[in-house]
Each structure stands twice: as structure tokens, then as C-alpha cells.
Design a binder for this molecule. Structure first.
Ligand SMILES: Nc1ncnc2c1ncn2[C@@H]1O[C@H](COP(=O)(O)OP(=O)(O)OP(=O)(O)O)[C@@H](O)[C@H]1O
Ligand SMILES: [Mg+2]
Length: 248
């Protein structure tokens, strides 16, 4: 079976600065794959080239065997790939409910056609409530998103990606800046929402990485240093030297 996502020899440079160098990475159907690496390693850039925010300088990206290299973001989203951002992407003045509902409406427009009159308004509302329930924010549905506690804003951010019903979900540091308690809640949420889906998660918190992921890839100065199970990565000498050893 072909992998869900396959990245073949991808390079990315920004006006001569080489940020990704020959990245090869495979994400299998149903796996939870973590990407770790020091600041500036190129992790977010990798997400940016996968999702079409930036063009690759070279190489190829396949999703379900289809070449999606340099597709624009809306087209990538349409084939079933959604992401959350390291920096939050919510509309702070809109309510929690409106934030989610907006995504669902635009998804329906995108999947059917631009002029679908949203006759099935009840479907949209039911789906919105379903997402809010999944992310545990149903009681905050009328709160302006900007007034939510930080951990809840990040949960809403995950909800925005989830509302797209993606097959592959990419999360960029979903627990960044969270308290221990918020992180614990976020991990539970991520496990819940990614059941039956495929996840790629960029994460700095090693406890989260090792508890959530089936496989881990280490990115170091734009190169994949190693890919393996949490155990393999923990024992990998190169990784220890380059990354883990220097941190803990
Ligand atoms: N749009 C851009 N233009 C120029 N340089 C960029 C751009 N985006 C990223 N870079 C550079 O690419 C390198 C990798 O950045 P990236 O954000 O991918 O790192 P990261 O691994 O996500 O780091 P962090 O853990 O801090 O989030 C950095 O040196 C960064 O300055
Ligand atoms: Mg980043």
C-alpha cells in the first residue's frame, strides 16, 4: 500500500539560506508521527511546504500517491490535509461557535460549489456543535475566542483543523506555552481527535512526543537525522549527541 504522505528529496531555501536539505519522510496511514528538533531546524517550514504555504525549491510531495507539490493551500486542504499553526489562527472577536461554524461553512462551499445556498443550515449547526463537544468547548460556545484561557484557545485551534475532517492532520507545537495541566488535557484531546486519522505533530515536550507517537523523526539543521519508534530514537547515538543530550 502506498504511504499516506511521502516526501521525496525536498529542499527549501529562502534567498540562498538552505532550510531543508533533501528531506525524505514517509507517513503511513493511521500513524502518529512526531517531528522533533531544535529551534530553527526547519520543522514549521516542512509543514509550510507540505501545505502549500511555501513552494519547495526541489523535490516532490505525494499525498495518497498523488503529486501535490506546490499546490496552493486551499487545494491541498480539499484533498484531506489540514493543519494548525504554531501561532494561533483564530478570530479573537468572533465567538467560539462562529469560529468553528465558519470553517464548516467554507468547507462545504469548497467541497460542493461556491454557490451552494446553505439550505442545510441545521446540518452546519449540528456539525459545529459536534466539533465543540469533541474539543470540550461546548459550554464556551458564546465566548469571544480571544477571551478564552490560553489552553482553550489552542484547543479551538485544533478544532479548526478538525472541522475540515482531514485524513491527515498536522499540528505545529499544539502544547507550546501551556501549563502542565493544560498540556495533559491537550494530549488527551489530541489522542481523542486523531483516533482513526493520521497525525504529524511538531512538539518540543518530550513526554508528549514519547507518549503520543508511533514514530518520531528528528530534524536537525534541515536534515532528517533519524526516524524510528520512541525507543529507537531515545537510544540513537547520533540523536543523543545532536539533540536530546544537549537538552536534558
Ligand atoms: N519565510 C521565511 N523567510 C526566510 N527565512 C525563513 C522563513 N521561514 C523560516 N525561515 C528560516 O528558516 C529556518 C527554519 O525555520 P522554521 O520556522 O522552519 O524552524 P522550526 O524548526 O519550526 O523552529 P521552532 O522550533 O523555533 O519553531 C530559520 O532559520 C528561519 O529563520
Ligand atoms: Mg516552528
Amino acid at each position: 500500500m502506498t504511504a499516506l504522505l511521502q516526501i521525496n528529496s525536498v529542499d527549501k531555501d529562502f534567498s540562498g539560506l538552505k532550510v531543508l536539505l533533501g528531506i525524505n519522510l514517509t507517513v503511513e496511514h493511521g500513524e502518529r508521527h512526531a517531528i522533533i528538533g531544535p529551534n530553527g531546524a526547519g520543522k514549521s517550514t516542512l509543514f509550510n511546504v507540505i501545505t502549500g504555504k511555501h513552494r519547495v525549491s526541489d523535490g516532490q510531495i505525494l499525498f495518497k500517491g498523488q503529486d501535490i507539490t506546490n499546490w496552493p493551500p486551499h487545494k491541498v486542504c480539499r484533498v484531506g490535509l489540514a493543519r494548525s499553526f504554531q501561532v494561533t489562527n483564530i478570530f479573537p472577536n468572533m465567538t467560539v461557535y462562529e469560529n468553528i461554524r465558519n470553517v464548516i461553512v467554507s468547507k462545504k462551499r469548497m467541497r460542493f460549489n461556491m454557490f451552494t445556498s446553505l439550505r442545510n443550515i441545521e446540518d452546519v449547526n449540528a456539525e459545529t456543535r459536534g466539533v465543540l463537544e469533541t474539543i470540550g468547548l461546548e459550554t464556551s460556545s458564546d465566548t469571544p475566542a480571544g477571551e478564552l484561557a490560553y489552553g482553550h484557545q489552542r484547543a479551538l485551534e485544533i478544532g479548526l483543523a478538525l472541522a475540515m475532517e482531514p485524513e491527515l492532520i498536522l499540528l505545529d507545537e499544539p502544547t507550546a506555552g501551556m501549563t502542565t495541566e493544560e498540556t495533559r488535557e491537550a494530549v488527551k484531546l489530541i489522542e481523542r481527535i486523531t483516533a482513526g486519522k493520521t497525525l504529524v505533530i511538531i512538539e518540543h515536550d518530550m513526554d508528549v512526543v514519547f507518549s503520543i507517537s508511533d514514530r518520531v523523526s528528528v530534524l536537525y539543521y534541515g536534515e532528517v537525522l533519524a526516524t524510528g519508534t520512541a525507543e529507537e530514537i531515545k537510544e540513537n547515538q547520533e540523536v543523543k549527541k545532536a539533540y536530546l543530550g544537549s537538552k536534558k
